[in-house]
Design a protein around this ligand. Structure first.
Ligand code: AMP
Length: 233
C-alpha cells in the first residue's frame, strides 16, 4: 500500500496538515473551515470510526465499547483506516488530519508514510486552557435527527435545547458525558500530548496557535496566515 499514493505532479506540492490538540480544542470545526478554504479533504478518525459504529459492521461492533467509554481504539485498526483513506485520489493535493495521530505508534506510522511519499507535514497545535475545554465539552449538544452540532455556550440553539433546523430535542453525545469526558482528557494527557516532544525530537514543523478565545472564523484566518507564513519559510 505504501507506494500506491497518487501524489500530484502539477500544482503546489502536497502537504499534510495535522490538527493537534485536546478534545474540545476545536480541531473538528477548524478542520472543516480549513477544508473549505484550502480545498483539501478533512480526515477525521473519530468520524470514520463513528461511521463504522453507525453501520453496525464488524469493525463498528469491535470498537463501540472502547469509543463510548472514551478510551483509544487499537492503533492497528486506526492506522489501517487512515492508510486506506490516504490512498484515495482526493488526498493527492494534500489533506488535513483531525484526531490522528494520537499515539506514538500512530505518529511513527504517519511519519514513515509521509517520508515514503515525499509529503511535507505541518503540525498545528491548538492551545486551549483546561477550564475552557471543560466548558466547551460539557456544553456540546447534537440533534439526533439531522446531526447538527451546537454548544450551549458558544453556538446555542435559538430555542431552548431544540434543533434550529427541525425542532428535535437536542441530546448529549454518548462520549460527552462527564465520566467519559474525563477519560478522553486522561487519554489525551497520557498518550497524545507526549507526541509534541516526539514532533520536536523528529524536527517536524510545529505551529503553536492560541485557540481559546477567538470565534472559529477568526481563528481559521489566523491559522491560514500562519500556514502561509510557514510555506514562505
Ligand atoms: P474524536 O471525535 O476525534 O474526539 O474521537 C472520538 C473517539 O474516537 C476517541 O475518544 C477514541 O475512542 C476514538 N478515536 C478517534 N481517533 C482515534 C485515534 N487516532 N486513535 C485511537 N482512537 C481514536
Amino acid at each position: 500500500m505504501l507506494d500506491q499514493h497518487p501524489t500530484s505532479s502539477n500544482g503546489p506540492p502536497a502537504r499534510a496538515l495535522v490538527l493537534f490538540g485536546p478534545p474540545g480544542s476545536g480541531k473538528g470545526t477548524q478542520a472543516k473551515l480549513l477544508m473549505q478554504c484550502l480545498g483539501i479533504p478533512q480526515i477525521s478518525t473519530g468520524d470514520m470510526l463513528r461511521e463504522h459504529i453507525q453501520a453496525g459492521d464488524t469493525l463498528g461492533r469491535e470498537i463501540s465499547d472502547r469509543m463510548h467509554s472514551g478510551v483509544l481504539v487499537a492503533d492497528e485498526m486506526v492506522n489501517a483506516l487512515v492508510e486506506e483513506r490516504l490512498a484515495q485520489p482526493d488526498c493527492a493535493r494534500g489533506f488535513i488530519l483531525d484526531g490522528y495521530p494520537r499515539t506514538r505508534q500512530q505518529a511513527e506510522q504517519l511519519c514513515r508514510w509521509l517520508i515514503a511519499h515525499g509529503i511535507d507535514e505541518l503540525v498545528i497545535h491548538l492551545l486551549v486552557d483546561y477550564n475552557s475545554l471543560i466548558t466547551r465539552l460539557t456544553g456540546r449538544r447534537q440533534c439526533p435527527s439531522c446531526g447538527t452540532l451546537y454548544n450551549l455556550y458558544s453556538k446555542p440553539p435559538k430555542n431552548d435545547e431544540v434543533c434550529d433546523l427541525d425542532g428535535t430535542k437536542l441530546v448529549i453525545r454518548a462520549d460527552d458525558s462527564a465520566t467519559v469526558i474525563q477519560e478522553r482528557l486522561d487519554a489525551y494527557r497520557h498518550q497524545t500530548q507526549p507526541l509534541i516532544e516526539y514532533f520536536r525530537e523528529k524536527r517536524r514543523r510545529l505551529l503553536e496557535i492560541e485557540a481559546g478565545s477567538e470565534p472559529p472564523q477568526e481563528l481559521v484566518r489566523k491559522i491560514c496566515r500562519a500556514i502561509g507564513d510557514d510555506a514562505r519559510g
